[in-house]
Structure formats: structure tokens, C-alpha cells
Write a protein that binds this ligand. Structure first.
Ligand code: ADP
Ligand code: C5P
Ligand code: MG
Length: 201
């Protein structure tokens, strides 16, 4: 009986363990757009690190608001201690509300070595990373899409000056992370330069 109960508990714990897909790609590659499409059709919860940071920036009484604002405008990656806590809390809250929601699309993370180390430190053994979904798109298309988005997004970083910095950060810091996962055979690459529907298909 003890064996049965413990093996059942083990199975339940496996079931509850967050199953994670990291979603990466340049700024404006279409990560958010495609994550919404995936959520419509599959039982995934979409967590955008950028969205969580923007919400924390706007939260009254946040001790990190000004720091986050500066980093976002400069296209720099916020120290992971801040981001990982926001992600962990969002995952926990989702699963507390509904235990069946243990599949996550984590969009815009890990974006650099610091992000990856922070994830490994805090989440090691607590979540399974299935693979990286990589939206592959030229810098020119990325910049064009962000400038278009900037006409209505109200984002402080959808302008030429911030975009140049964001592209630099992407090339210098995020691409090496994608390459690292590539070496382990854990990247699924999508041609993100095509139309929303084609990419989605
Ligand atoms: P990301 O989350 O990667 O920064 P978004 O999903 O916010 O990118 O998309 C950036 C902008 O480009 C948005 O204005 C979006 O409507 C638009 N967009 C997204 N995917 C495509 C696509 N395949 N073709 C053209 N425009 C797109
Ligand atoms: O992914 P998104 O385009 O929304 O990210 C906007 C900005 O948020 C980034 O340019 C960066 O300044 C910040 N960010 C971060 N760390 C992450 C994700 C986003 O610092 N992991
Ligand atoms: Mg986005």
C-alpha cells in the first residue's frame, strides 16, 4: 500500500511540475502574437517576461519601477533576481488557481547568461524545460514591425534609438543563449518573416 501511495504521489507531482517552452526571437519577431494563437488552440498559459516587467514598472509602491524603466528604454536586460521572481509568482498563481494549468510559454526569457543562471538557480528541478521555440526573423523586419507597433503601443522602447540598442542586446546576449540550446538539440526554429497566419500554421 505504501508503495502504491508513494508511486501515485510521485505521478501526481510529475503531473503538477510546470512544463515550460521558452519563446525567443528578436524584438518584434512576433513572439507575443504567436503565443496568443497557441493559447487559443492548446492548453498553455502565456507569460511574457517583458509584460511582467512593464506591469511591475507600473505597480504603485514597486521598489524596482525606476530601474525597470531605465533598463527597458536602454534595451538592456533587467537583473534576473527581479524577473525570475515575477515569473515564479505568475507560474505559482496560475497553478494555484487551476492545477491543470501547468504548461507555460515563457516569452522573452532567458535573454542572456544572467537570466539563464537565475533560472537554473531558482527553478532547477522545479520545472521541465521542453524546448526553445525560436522565431527567426531578420533585424530589418524586426525593426520595421516594432516601429509600426510604436505608432500605437505607447511603449517607451518602440523608437529607433531604443531599437538599435535592443537589436545589439539581442545579437550580443540572446543569440548565444539560443545557440547554447541548439547544441543540446533543444531549439525549434520557425521562419517568422512570413505572415501571421503562415507563421501560426
Ligand atoms: P514580439 O513579442 O516578438 O516583440 P509582437 O508579437 O508584439 O512581437 O509583434 C510585433 C509587431 O509586429 C506587432 O505590431 C504585431 O502586430 C506585428 N506582427 C507580428 N507578427 C507579424 C507577422 N508575421 N507579420 C507582420 N506583422 C507581424
Ligand atoms: O520581450 P519584450 O520586447 O516585451 O521586452 C521588452 C524589454 O523588457 C526588453 O528590451 C528588456 O529591457 C526587458 N526585458 C528584460 N528581461 C527579459 C525580458 C524583457 O530585461 N527577460
Ligand atoms: Mg512581446
Amino acid at each position: 500500500l505504501i508503495f502504491l501511495v508513494s508511486s501515485l504521489l510521485y505521478r501526481v507531482s510529475l503531473m503538477m511540475k510546470p512544463q515550460v517552452v521558452f519563446v525567443l526571437g528578436g524584438p518584434g519577431a512576433g513572439k507575443g502574437t504567436q503565443c496568443s494563437k497557441i493559447v487559443e488552440n492548446y492548453s498553455y498559459t502565456h507569460l511574457s517576461a517583458g509584460d511582467l516587467l512593464r506591469a511591475e514598472r507600473a505597480r504603485e509602491g514597486s521598489e524596482f519601477g525606476q530601474l525597470i524603466a531605465n533598463y527597458i528604454k536602454e534595451g538592456k536586460i533587467v537583473p534576473v533576481e527581479i524577473t525570475i521572481n515575477l515569473l515564479r509568482k505568475a507560474m505559482e498563481e496560475t497553478m494555484e488557481k487551476d492545477a491543470k494549468k501547468f504548461r507555460f510559454l515563457i516569452d522573452g526569457f532567458p535573454r542572456n547568461e544572467d537570466n539563464l543562471q537565475g533560472w537554473n538557480t531558482v527553478m532547477d528541478g522545479k520545472a521541465d524545460v521542453k524546448f526553445v521555440l525560436f522565431f527567426d526573423c531578420s533585424n530589418e523586419v524586426c525593426i520595421h514591425r516594432c516601429l509600426e507597433r510604436g505608432k500605437s503601443s505607447g511603449r517607451t522602447d518602440d523608437n529607433r534609438e531604443s531599437l538599435e540598442k535592443r537589436i545589439q542586446t539581442y545579437l550580443q546576449s540572446t543569440r548565444p543563449i539560443i545557440e547554447l540550446y541548439e547544441k543540446h538539440g533543444k531549439v525549434r526554429t520557425i521562419d517568422a518573416s512570413r505572415s501571421v497566419d503562415e507563421v501560426s500554421k
